[in-house]
Write a protein that binds this ligand. Structure first.
Ligand SMILES: C[S@@+](CC[C@H](N)C(=O)[O-])C[C@H]1O[C@@H](n2cnc3c(N)ncnc32)[C@H](O)[C@@H]1O
Length: 224
């Protein structure tokens, strides 16, 4: 591991105890809702992997739905908490402490979820990771991303989106958890990763407020 990666892992290990709760408070529960939406797309018996799973609230839901869940993260601090939560509920999941780039089960999963994960990478690495993650999905399977939303709606909503999400990014950057970058429009890279956008679900702050989070659901193309 490079020094930068070691630092990143250390920072996520340290953030493990507050990460999910602070995200829930900051987003009024909408980060949780956007992640839960990915778990709701998976059926009992299907194989799903959550990349950069963190402490994995949505992985728990997928396991409760009877899916075969794989949870992957580079931070052992995050995974220890997730493992304890799964155990407390009598749930089973495969837990892998690994760099997602090293995970090479190509075409193996019915679904891959990359929730609030791709935004920890700078643009070029994000593109590489998206393509790699899409490669893990079987043809016809699902690829899902819950993440911060692109600004949309009236000018006031757009300004709010900008200020709100940039403040969050600056806070996370201060903690050494993400690099500074613009909000990514993941759908732009789907075609190159053999993905077809199925639909996008938007999540509004305080339900009727501005759109601040969104979940992309795509299908892996079948090779002819
Ligand atoms: C922003 S957090 C999101 C965690 C979780 N998905 C959530 O939404 O609560 C990003 C996660 O990705 C993990 N991560 C960062 N780089 C990684 C890599 N190269 N491979 C696997 N996990 C990584 C971090 O340890 C962290 O848990």
């Amino acid at each position: 591991m490079s020094t930068a990666e070691i630092r990143l892992v250390r920072n996520y290990d340290r953030a493990a105890w507050f990460y999910e709760t602070s995200a829930a408070v900051f987003s009024g529960g909408q980060i949780r809702a956007s992640k839960k939406y990915t778990a709701a797309q998976v059926k009992a018996g299907q194989k799903i992997i959550f990349l950069g799973v963190g402490t994995g609230e949505e992985a728990i839901i997928a396991a409760q739905r009877g899916a075969h869940v794989t949870c992957l993260d580079i931070s052992s601090g995050m995974l220890e908490r997730l493992e304890a939560r799964m155990k407390r509920r009598g749930l089973k999941a495969e837990i892998l402490c690994q760099d997602a780039f090293q995970h090479d089960r190509l075409g193996y999963y019915d679904a891959v979820a990359a929730n609030y994960f791709l935004n920890v990478f700078r643009h070029d690495d994000m593109q590489r990771m998206l393509k790699h993650a899409a490669g893990l999905v079987r043809p016809g399977g699902k690829f899902m991303v819950a993440d911060v939303a692109l600004a949309r709606g009236n000018p006031l909503s757009r300004i709010f989106n900008l200020v709100y999400l940039k403040t969050a990014m600056a806070t996370f950057w201060t903690l050494g958890l993400v690099p500074l970058h613009r909000n990514y429009d993941y759908a732009q890279y789907f075609s190159d990763a053999q993905l077809k956008l199925n639909h996008i679900r938007y999540f509004r702050l305080f339900k009727g407020g501005p759109v601040v989070f969104q979940t992309w659901v795509a299908t892996k193309k079948k090779s002819r």
